[in-house]
Design a protein around this ligand. Structure first.
Ligand SMILES: NC(=O)c1ccc[n+]([C@@H]2O[C@H](COP(=O)([O-])OP(=O)(O)OC[C@H]3O[C@@H](n4cnc5c(N)ncnc54)[C@H](O)[C@@H]3O)[C@@H](O)[C@H]2O)c1
Length: 187
């Protein structure tokens, strides 16, 4: 936070996007329990990482003078629809994203006193480098599984929602699905 402040001035906006997935079944085909480290790593980066940056940014924002509107800052976290409809093999990722969904309201309630809003976006399937690791046919099939529009989301559509959340002072303590109405199947 100090390095960022020195380079860019005080931060009133935090957008947390870092996230990883390490797919794996709880009990593998070899009938052995999954390595605990995989679960710990995903929860550590996705959930604890999000909380860590949130707490540091909130302390930084709280020390700033409020704007005329009384606002000091806005925090936008990134969960996933997997936090609601986790699929087989994604227990750790689902748990980490459900944790982000769960902390949104208590964080918003607490930080309201300081004029800091907290919201979370739960994206569906988006065409990002994470998704580009899949073969083209698999990405097309995933896109076609979205009710409407029948395609993967574009990163700029995610960004548009971030900008709206920042501008709209009434948006607080909310988790917004951005998913073309997709509901993920079990597998
Ligand atoms: N792409 C999708 O379909 C989709 C859907 C739902 C949610 N999400 C979420 O959106 C966010 C962005 O994902 P993306 O699709 O752009 O994936 P991505 O892999 O393209 O980007 C993830 C970013 O996280 C960073 N990162 C990973 N581990 C980190 C760490 N320990 N510390 C700091 N940075 C770290 C990576 O460097 C990378 O820039 C993630 O939280 C992901 O879970 C993505």
């Amino acid at each position: 936070m100090a390095t960022a402040r020195a380079a860019h001035g005080p931060a009133r906006i935090l957008v947390s996007c870092a996230g990883i997935d390490t797919p794996g079944r709880i009990v593998g085909r070899d009938r052995l329990a999954a390595p605990l480290e995989d679960f710990v790593r995903v929860v550590s980066v996705n959930l604890i990482g999000t909380y860590n940056v949130l707490r540091l940014a909130a302390a930084h924002m709280r020390a700033l003078d409020p704007l005329e509107s009384g606002e000091r800052g806005v925090i936008v976290n990134t969960a996933s629809v997997v936090g609601y409809e986790g699929q087989v093999g994604h227990t750790a990722y689902a748990a980490s994203k459900a944790g982000i969904i769960g902390m949104t309201l208590p964080a918003a309630r607490e930080l309201s006193r300081s004029g800091i809003r907290v919201n979370t976006i739960a994206p569906g399937l988006f065409d990002t480098p994470m998704m580009r690791r899949l073969p083209e046919e698999a990405r097309e099939a995933l896109g076609a599984s979205v009710p409407f529009p029948r395609r993967l989301g574009k990163p700029e559509e995610y960004a548009e929602l971030v900008v709206h959340i920042i501008r709209n002072a009434m948006m607080n303590g909310e988790v917004v699905r951005l998913d073309g109405a997709i509901r993920l199947p079990p597998v």
